[in-house]
Design a protein around this ligand. Sequence first.
Ligand code: ZN
Length: 201
Amino acid sequence: MGGNLALDFINTRSGPPVGPPDDDVLTGYPELVAWAAYAGALREPEAAALRRLSRDDPDGAHAAFARSLRVRDDLDEVFRAVAADQDPSTSVLARLRDDEADALGHARLDRGRTFGWTWRDDQTLARPLRPVVHAAVQLLTTGALNRIKGCRGCRFLFNDESKNRSRRWCSMDDCGTSEKMRRYVAARRAKPRPLVHPDER
Ligand SMILES: [Zn+2]
């Protein structure tokens, strides 16, 4: 939906465009693994291995989950600032650098069409986070920053890949439509129907 793994990770929290989120997909480590598999950040055998690992090491899973929420807060801060054409704080960018260094420290270079980082050998509980952090840094360093936008109708962030950068909603079929309906209704409500003069009846 966001057009980038890091933005999709931020979008695991939903709600109105401003103010606190009102729903969260990530309620625990198993949900983090399920989301990562759904988003294509993990293959199913990797997800199964992580589920086993988390059962054997509940404290480690708890720590990895707490870390993933911290990373999500950081990415949220960074990309919401970029979407508003503002600069993220130096402290949040330093944490992102450390997370990226950690991600690459667990990666290996695999040959596809070009060489790229993969995490096939990484059997640590923080495995689901690695490609998310790397996607965030990739987007910040090689993406078009003016394509990173916030939905007008909800808190979702997306990478606008439309030709003329005209996208305003997270999804034209969903949020956009419901927002347009809300505005239509609000505009109707704001304009009271003129009273008909008795002579015109
Ligand atoms: Zn939306």
